[in-house]
Design a protein. Structure first.
Length: 371
């Protein structure tokens, strides 16, 4: 997902570039209506396309097929404008911004490469007047593709390195925290128990025993807090969408129940606690399906857009009455984290969890976490 601080820039800049190019075209082509009219019409189409597909909020805006269709048409329109007037190569600024901000890796390379080719055609337009023009234009296009795809590759490597660095910092923090709390607490317990073992009076022995018990309780509380904050190892290796796919694949292989996984948008900007909460919720939802639903099919969907993140786990199992089920918390908690625990975890990251179900009608666990 795009950083909220840059969202306004990414929204306004494409329209600003398009508007400046339209004004320049009007100034240069004024009076040449046969050339000016189709250019202006195409500019209006580009603006309308960006407005409908990216600016106006819609439930399908961040779905992969929608993003793919938007980029194909956007780059195609940009190419036609470049063939009419080479200065529309500057419109590739907008196409590059969309490619880097909304297209997931590795498909980003295809969008960046196609946009770079359009920019190369614009840059090489003056070479048509010279011998060997085709080779020259191809060289310019190839150079653009190599440079811009290399930049995309470098940004991806940089993002991966930043995630690894953040993981190392988090591990170091946890190591220090364990040393400063649990390790020291265990050392204190051992010391108190040794003192109690050597004490000759019952009162002294009891005092050391009570102190050891108090340290053990404090250590248990610290351990529980650390476990709640601990990032799953699987998220050190892949991003949340891939972690969910791996989770669904392994769960389906074990249970024999097919799971369809759909993801939309960029979940790369998720904070650690939010990422952990969503993964743990998906794990528990699937565990509940396995234990209680008797389902034949499960759908797991993760969406990321300007409003935040939504996770849904839907099954076609036997369902239940949520109101009646809430009264039996001991049943919900039996053998797992339970619906109550899932709700507490999601509320801990300022999100909300809703369960929709009815007997014989399947169940939907829906989680929403704001940006």
């Amino acid at each position: 997902m795009v950083d909220p601080r840059w969202r306004a820039v990414l929204t306004v800049t494409p329209y600003l570039v398009l508007g400046m190019l339209m004004a320049f075209t009007l100034a240069v082509e004024w009076g040449a209506w046969l050339r000016l009219a189709p250019t202006l019409v195409l500019c209006v189409v580009v603006g309308a396309w960006m407005l409908v597909m990216r600016t106006v909020s819609s439930p399908w805006r961040d779905r992969p097929w929608s993003i793919a269709a938007f980029m194909v048409v956007m780059i195609g329109l940009n190419l036609v404008l470049v063939l009419l007037n080479s200065w529309f190569g500057f419109l590739t600024i907008a196409s590059f911004m969309f490619s880097y901000s909304i297209v997931e890796w590795p498909w980003q390379l295809a969008a960046v490469g196609a946009t770079a080719a359009v920019a190369g055609i614009a840059q090489g337009s003056s070479l048509w007047e010279h011998p060997g023009a085709v080779l020259g234009i191809l060289a310019v296009i190839l150079l653009n593709i190599v440079v811009m795809c290399g930049l995309s590759w470098g940004l991806q490597l940089s993002a991966n390195q930043m995630r690894l660095a953040a993981t190392s910092v988090e591990r170091a923090r946890l190591a220090r925290e364990i040393h400063d709390t649990l390790a020291q607490g265990f050392a204190g317990i051992v010391t108190q128990l040794q003192a109690a073992e050597q004490a000759s009076e019952d009162a002294t022995r009891q005092r050391h025993t009570d102190a050891a018990l108090s340290l053990a309780r404090e250590g248990l509380a610290e351990a529980r807090r650390s476990v709640r904050a601990l990032r799953p190892v699987v998220l050190d290796e892949v991003r949340l969408p891939d972690a969910l796919r791996n989770l669904a694949r392994d769960w389906s292989a074990r249970t024999g129940i097919p799971v369809d996984v759909a993801t939309a948008g960029d979940a790369g900007a998720l904070q650690t606690d939010t990422e952990v909460a969503l993964l743990r919720t998906a794990q528990e939802a699937l565990a509940n399906v396995e234990r209680h639903a008797d389902a034949r099919h499960v759908m797991l969907e993760l969406r990321a857009d300007a409003r935040g993140y939504r996770l849904e786990v839907r099954d076609d199992g036997r369902g239940f009455d949520p109101a009646e089920h809430a009264l039996r918390s001991e049943h919900l908690e039996q053998g797992g984290f339970g619906l109550v625990g899932m709700r507490e975890r999601i509320e801990g990251v300022a999100g909300s969890l809703v369960v929709e179900s009815r007997p014989a009608g399947g169940t939907v666990v829906r989680v929403e976490v704001p940006t």
